[in-house]
Design a protein around this ligand. Structure first.
Ligand SMILES: *Cc1c(COP(=O)(O)O)cnc(C)c1O
Length: 222
């Protein structure tokens, strides 16, 4: 296994290069997606200077959180079953997968403080992917006004698993356009400043298109 600090340096350099290439100036936070690695490897990530950790199952999140003493910011990046909300919602700092009203309602019921949520959009329209269709995102966010525990910090998407860079880029660009529309609504519960997009295979494209959080597993801790 390669050292996480070495992987991190490579990734940080690529992010800076991508920003320069696209003349972008946003801050980009790296979320170390630790869903497939041990507690020891996760600790190594924190020691390398990473602060943001991403998990996609309640069990993984709770186990790691229980065993890791370092300060970390916890991101729940997987789809979340309504019946599991109460297990995790007060243990996390960000939820990346808000995609339905029933989930918003349950979060509102269980959360002890406002939760930083990304609304997940299925921009590519692939059937296998979770998330709202592009057309559903704005009405969905408008209807969240009734839930005082939901704070929409941004939008999240996953690009299709393809070699075709143009296809990937279009998905990220569409998400950015959608974000602009949400910001124009001027909703105080949905500032929507962040874009969670980009994984091991496509984070450079995501950064060029405006990502502020990239979720990286394999290339960083794998
Ligand atoms: C697993 C996962 C990632 C990280 O994927 P890699 O290709 O290993 O970087 C990012 N986002 C989500 C939602 C994931 O489930």
């Amino acid at each position: 296994m390669t050292k996480i600090s070495d992987n991190l340096e490579i990734i940080q350099n690529k992010i800076e290069t991508a920003k320069k290439k696209a003349q972008m100036t946003q801050d980009v936070e790296i979320i170390a997606v630790t869903k497939q690695v041990t507690v020891a490897r996760t600790t190594e990530a924190l020691e390398a200077g990473l602060l943001h950790l991403g998990e996609n199952r309640p069990e993984g999140l709770l186990t790691k959180k229980g065993e890791i003493n370092n300060k970390a910011i916890w991101h729940y990046i997987g789809s979340l079953q309504t019946r599991k909300v109460k297990q995790v919602i007060n243990e996390i700092d960000y939820l990346h997968s808000l995609d339905r009203m029933s989930l918003a309602e349950e979060i509102n019921k269980r959360a002890e403080k406002p939760i930083n949520c990304f609304v997940q959009a299925n921009v590519s329209g692939e059937e296998s992917k979770h998330g709202l269709s592009t057309e559903e995102v704005i009405p969905f966010i408008q209807s969240l006004a009734q839930y005082d525990k939901i704070h929409v910090v941004g939008l999240m998407t996953m690009a299709p698993n393809t070699e075709d860079e143009a296809v990937i880029r279009k998905v990220f660009r569409d998400l950015k356009n959608l974000q602009t529309q949400v910001i124009e609504l001027g909703l105080d519960y949905a500032p929507c400043k962040e874009l969670s997009m980009g994984m091991s295979n496509d984070y450079e494209i995501a950064v060029e298109e405006g990502a502020t959080f990239v979720r990286i597993g394999t290339a960083l801790v794998g």
